[in-house]
Design a binder for this molecule. Sequence first.
Ligand SMILES: NC(=O)c1ccc[n+]([C@@H]2O[C@H](COP(=O)([O-])OP(=O)(O)OC[C@H]3O[C@@H](n4cnc5c(N)ncnc54)[C@H](OP(=O)(O)O)[C@@H]3O)[C@@H](O)[C@H]2O)c1
Length: 215
Amino acid sequence: MKVAILGSGDVGQTLGAGFLKHGHQVMMGTRDPKKPEVVNWVKETPGATAGTFAEAASFGELIVLAVLGLVVEQVIRLADPANLKGKTLIDATNPITDSPPVDGVLEFTTGPNESAAEQLQALIPETHVVKAFNSVGAGQMINPHYEQGVPTMFYCGNDEAAKKVVSDVIQQFGWEPFDCGTIIAARALEPLCILWCLPGFRQNLWTHAFKVLTH
Ligand SMILES: NC(=O)c1ccc[n+]([C@@H]2O[C@H](COP(=O)([O-])OP(=O)(O)OC[C@H]3O[C@@H](n4cnc5c(N)ncnc54)[C@H](OP(=O)(O)O)[C@@H]3O)[C@@H](O)[C@H]2O)c1
């Protein structure tokens, strides 16, 4: 697939390299494709390319949104919703405020009966938004190894075909996909970021992942 990674931070760089590793084509989108972090990433990552948010969005058949939660709307405007029309978009963002965590607990811009992914889906109704990759650190996103088994990646979205594409990516990246239903389930998935980060801020533990156990 041709994959657009909207975002040049840790998540954008990691998922971009992950898609390339698994044989996809990748263009990273950023406000400034000439900034040193992006130029270095392209140089060090065989096959990688970079462009503006709009160039990447136009290139991608599959879109990954990995930007600061507070600027999602701005980035969608820069990418141009027309470039996203009819496409699947993996939303890996979290609606974190710029306040520091309190005893390890992050603050969100959203309340319990709303989610950033629902707001995003309403903003781009002709794009199939699938929430995924938001509840684990970038360091564990691509084919992580855990002695206890394959970790669980929760995902949700309204379009079944789009979810199948994302479920296949999740498996390719070494995770067990766990379908949580329609996009409203992002109200449950996004706060998992708060839980995941808690041992990080409190005990500097950043390598765990969630796993659902059943019998
Ligand atoms: N870090 C993790 O381990 C992790 C794990 C799971 C989910 N997440 C979520 O994934 C998202 C990305 O996280 P990250 O740590 O990779 O990077 P980040 O620092 O949260 O975001 C970097 C991206 O945001 C863009 N950005 C920042 N300010 C902007 C503005 N005013 N206008 C337009 N774009 C702006 C940057 O654009 P430029 O490229 O132009 O600089 C860059 O592409 C976040 O929502 C985060 O909560 C992070």
